[in-house]
Design a protein around this ligand. Sequence first.
Ligand code: GLA
Length: 344
Amino acid sequence: MNNFSDGEAFGRVNLIGEHLDYNQGCVMPLQINKSVKVFLKKDTAIEGIKIKSENFDYEIVTTAINKKLGDWADFIIGSLYFFSKKYNLKIEQLNIKVQSNLPIGIGVSSSAAVTVSTLRALYGLFNRKIENSELVELAHSVERDFVGVAGGVMDQFASIYGSQDQALFLDTKTNNYNLIKLSDEYIFFIIDSGTQRILTDGSLNKKKEVCKKISSKLNVEYLCRLDELDEDHKKILTNEELDIARHVIYENQRSILGKKALIENNIEEFGSLMTQSHVSLRDLYRVSTRELDLLVDLCNKFGSMGSKLTGAGFGGAIVTLIKKELVEDLKMFIVENYPNAKFL
Ligand code: GLA
């Protein structure tokens, strides 16, 4: 697009380590080959800002960038607002266009992608520079403090530091990370259940609140500081809290084992950890749905090495680890048994 400053950011699939980034645990996202592109241009014919996405038939016009509209565009508006505050700039008369082939609301991090691409375009337009680590924090604060979804830093980190052929193992306690090469024979294949989930409804925030409450009862700063639950811990917690704590603590151990398995190219072990993660998200953390469980079971029955829901859950997509040469047959099997499935 002529005379526009543009920014692009890719989505991600999380391979293991779900709901750990706001508990300071270890996660393992992999970028996917689908992205959001944001184009910005000064336009004196516009009073405030105008936003138009190719994927929606309406246009958004606002002069108040400090206010949420309750729309997907809040990630853009929040980025403008936080950028303007950081540099003490007035942001107005801006024409914004969005192109995206990254599905919204299925757990592949479209929110972080739209935020990061907007910020990248803004840095270009205003000719400013920012370190990657600071960009992660800025994008994360837009999501947490402007839009009000209280996840951790995984999605922004994956979008900025991630890779499409190497998994990113990130310890969210220190933000230290490693990139791990993937096997050429296998693929992490994503299947959308066709049931969207909306995290702005507070479902993720509620889980985070419970984790905070448990940490304070157990006298630790974050749940991932614990490696085990002993008898004393168990006495303090309600049954529901105990399940949540078990998921977080053992999922963190699975992430660390998963890193070792991937480095050693132990696909069987990694697949098994993925399915254990799903079972824990289903039975202990309770963020799965009937549709996600069905897709996971179908893939595993077909011959995947392992499968799990990806992202926050509550609907959305699953990821399955399968031999590349079996993918076309898997697709046929899924369509026969779950006709609403979409393949990414
Ligand atoms: C959402 C959040 C992430 C992470 C995942 C669950 O995608 O944005 O920060 O908490 O859920 O792993």
